[in-house]
Design a protein around this ligand. Structure first.
Ligand SMILES: [Zn+2]
Length: 236
């Protein structure tokens, strides 16, 4: 179990940590700033800096066996640190920040497009969400304009926690049919964009919508009778 520092501060770029386990799956630390692949958001890349100044390249971060277990996956051929070694864990911030901007934009897209979310994927510079909107025609230009209006309006983006009981009493909060939020741990993390979108989410987000920058809907695809795939990218 690691202390997941990105949960409380998504802007942390690095932290001191101690190696607690190393195996063929990856390196485990007692605390980390690396977000592991999940909820459609890719795992962080970056480095572990060793006491002697040398650097271990981290090619990916994955969830391990428990909710708070993060595997730092070293690049092929990288040296492995012994258990107990102190390292500085640092993420590739430029990439993570782009992922945070795009991830937060998907929350806005949920507010703009009606219908349940049936799938989604974020990658560097672009993202997509699938919606169950039977028979409905979605307009690229209209969605683009609505998104950019919400972005420009500079709404606050706030993570907070609620209890499992509070979530059970508000089933409408769960927009994603494909990924149910993890319950049974007593509390669930919510992402709140005041008055626009509120839903369980464990990902990393920026603080205000203006930080997303201009985006555009690049393509809307029909994926089955009820599925509309909305593809987004940063504009310009
Ligand atoms: Zn989110």
């Amino acid at each position: 179990m690691a202390e997941l520092l990105f949960r409380d501060d998504a802007y942390l770029r690095s932290c001191e940590a101690t190696v607690v386990a190393v195996d063929e799956r990856g390196i485990r630390l007692d605390r980390t700033v690396f977000y592991p692949l999940g909820g459609g958001q890719p795992g962080d890349t970056g480095t572990l800096k060793r006491a002697d100044g040398s650097v271990i390249a981290i090619a990916d971060a994955r969830k391990g066996d428990g909710l708070d277990d993060v595997l730092h996956v070293p690049a092929p051929g990288a040296a492995l640190p012994p258990v107990g070694e102190k390292v500085t864990a640092e993420i590739d911030w430029e990439r993570r920040h782009r992922l945070m901007r795009m991830h937060t934009c998907l929350h806005l897209l949920c507010a703009v497009v009606p219908g349940a979310v049936t799938g989604g994927q974020i990658s560097d510079g672009k993202a997509r969400l699938d919606f169950d909107v039977p028979g409905e025609a979605l307009d690229k230009a209209v969605i683009t304009d609505k998104l950019n209006a919400l972005i420009t309006a500079d709404h606050a983006v706030t993570p907070r926690w609620i209890t499992d009981e509070e979530l059970a009493a508000q089933p409408d909060l769960v927009r994603t049919m494909s990924v149910k939020p993890p319950t049974g741990f007593g509390k669930v993390r919510l992402l709140d964009i005041a008055g626009i979108d509120l839903q369980p989410c464990g990902g990393t987000h920026i603080r205000r919508t203006s930080e997303i920058g201009r985006v555009e809907v690049t393509k809307i695809e029909n994926k089955g009778r009820q599925n509309r795939r909305v593809n987004l990218a940063f504009a310009g």
